[in-house]
Design a protein around this ligand. Structure first.
Ligand code: SF4
Ligand code: SF4
Length: 56
């Protein structure tokens, strides 16, 4: 399952730069992950200050 960013996201943008496949983009008030692109590496979860990304 791809990772999903919860509503806890504060839109800091840290995760987007860490994603090796550029699956993360800025959405409406928070960042979002393209499920079809995510390779489930977990890098986004590792850098997020609020623990918003989790395996969906
Ligand atoms: Fe990108 Fe990895 Fe996060 Fe998926 S789990 S969105 S591939 S950083
Ligand atoms: Fe949102 Fe966390 Fe990504 Fe920052 S690192 S944009 S808080 S999901």
């Amino acid at each position: 399952m791809a990772y999903v960013i919860s509503d806890e996201c504060i839109a800091c943008g840290a995760c987007a730069g860490e994603c090796p496949v550029s699956a993360i983009s800025e959405g409406d008030g928070k960042y979002v992950i393209d499920a079809d692109t995510c390779i489930e590496c977990g890098a986004c979860a590792g850098v997020c200050p609020v623990g918003a990304p989790a395996q969906g």
